[in-house]
Design a protein around this ligand. Sequence first.
Ligand SMILES: *Cc1c(COP(=O)(O)O)cnc(C)c1O
Length: 372
Amino acid sequence: MKSFVTRTVHGGTLEGRTIEPLVQPVYQTSAFAFDSLEAMNGYYEGDGSYLYSRNGNPNTDTLAKSVAGLEGAPAGVAASSGTGAILAGILAAVGEGDHLLAARDVYGGTVALLKNELSRLGVTVHFADFADTGEIEQKLMDHPEIKLMISESITNPFLRIEDIDVLVQLKKYYGVRLLIDNTFATPYTIRPYEAGADLVAHSATKYLGGHSDVTAGVLTGSEELIGAAKERITGMGLNLSPFEAWLTARGVRTLALRMNAQCRNAKGIAEFVRNRMKVWHPDAGAMVTFELPEQADVAAFFRSLGWIKVVPTLAGVETTVSHPYSTSHRALSAEEKEALGISEHLVRLSAGIEDLEDITGRLKEAFEAAGC
Ligand SMILES: *Cc1c(COP(=O)(O)O)cnc(C)c1O
């Protein structure tokens, strides 16, 4: 290689070196090279090689495999976000003309996806109160076109634990499929696939990543449904980037340690707050929701939290709080918020891994500043 210009392009290749890193490196490449046409044909015949990163990449596959393994599911696929994973899961199970039934208290972004986007694809969406089995059953009877039910293992912000066993019985009886968003619980706490759900989706942006530094999603399930979801992800460009996948897979390696510490802290925080006001903490997961008393100065509380930051997300190693009234449920009318019990005094806390005494000490100061 004599030419300076050619050397700028090809000078950085290590030919013929075998390198065995301890951890998987980032395959930051848009495509994969082949020595011959025969080798490329091997890809199309399913020899497990890689072609183009939108179709598949070792980092996204590693992430999907590790999460599928934790969920006890045979297959998984990574997506650009939790929303992308949920969309791919829905489109693997329903098509134009089909209906689906979702729990009324699913994540706000999922409601927006169902209401604003799926109707454009010819899918009709129904909602029901999933705490009421009779209401679910009535919808399934009234609309035989329903092909899929969607709910969350732990809902937001009141942390209702879904009765997955009941949903599995209903789905078998009515011949529909079940997708569970397991973001709040993670497979450390609840494993919906093992309980009989067909698809389990994650916003890996939350606990799986765990460090508040990626937006990512993972969908797990049967080979058949994940195969269909992969086609949608490739076809619609919902794939995750190699570096985001690498960061998320690194996060997954400490999931058990983080969840152990965060769940324990959540329990301690719930006990601390319970003496002062109404608390929701189902003794599962690491989220705590509480309602500041009527006389409390809500703005002063949020202003006085110091290193406990106010954010519209959750699940990082740092303790954070959110204000459902003005973020996740902002788009709802005053009447809708009231019907759901979302008052201006409601606070949703995501327990981090700090020392419990430091967290409760900080909260105490903020409660005092708020006059409660
Ligand atoms: C955050 C979240 C989502 C959406 O995930 P993104 O990664 O932001 O697309 C879906 N479901 C639940 C329960 C979430 O908390």
